[in-house]
Write a protein that binds this ligand. Structure first.
Ligand code: CA
Length: 221
């Protein structure tokens, strides 16, 4: 799951980022409205946390333009106390939920989870492909009853493939959904991660689940 934080207060942004990373989210941060809109417009995120008062362009405007561009990523508005009218305006421009500062991280996490759940047509916390099972609540990956230990990024690549089960995903798609936007990742790096994943989830078992579709990318089924 990939989240964008648009927040000009660096301290708040970095504490939310750290917290979400602990929960295995991939997190990008934009510190002003213009950059925020730019990144959110890629549609690569599962959720956008959008501060209201931002330099460059305020959160309402960012949200309005995003919806104009037909980007339907769930937006959680972060508003300061007493900006009640702005909350209502937030819903007018297409925000999905709001949270009043100061908030606890637990509350933020609960909202983010609820929004990302809603965004997927059908949310399955447990993903299964053949005898491979991934539990996105406990981050456990099990095949034929054997628990498989994956690095954080290997897990993210696998989760992305499994959520897109049966569909060919390109290396570029994997990069934009699994890595931060400023990470300097080349398609070759994806190959390395796929190779490691195969070594762990396929090689010890009879059937290979990860398939290479030459010239296009990978698929799992
Ligand atoms: Ca602000």
């Amino acid at each position: 799951m990939k989240v964008l934080i648009v927040e000009d207060e660096h301290r708040i942004a970095s504490s939310i980022k750290k917290g979400l990373e602990m929960e295995n989210f991939v997190v990008d941060v934009a510190y002003d409205g213009v950059e925020g809109l730019d990144l959110a417009s890629t549609g690569d995120y599962d959720c956008v946390l959008l501060d209201l008062m931002l330099p460059g362009m305020n959160g309402l405007e960012v949200c309005r333009r995003l919806r104009e561009e037909r980007i339907h990523t769930p937006v959680l508005m972060l508003t300061a106390k007493g900006e009640l009218d702005d909350k209502i305006k937030g819903f007018d421009v297409g925000a999905d939920d709001y949270l009043t500062k100061p908030f606890s991280f637990e509350e933020l996490l609960a909202r983010v989870r609820a929004l990302t759940r809603r965004s997927q047509t059908v949310f399955h916390p447990v993903l299964e492909v053949d005898d491979l099972r991934l539990d996105s609540r406990s981050f456990e990956v099990i095949r034929q009853g054997v628990k498989i230990l994956l690095s954080r990024k290997e897990y993210a690549v696998l989760e992305y493939l499994m959520r897109n089960r049966g569909r060919v995903v390109s290396k570029d798609e994997i990069i934009s959904h699994v890595w931060e936007y400023d990470a300097d990742i080349l398609p070759n790096t994806v190959e390395v991660f796929i190779k490691n994943l195969r070594r762990k989830i396929d090689r010890p078992f009879e059937r290979n689940l990860i398939k290479t579709v030459r010239g296009f990318g990978y698929k799992i089924d």
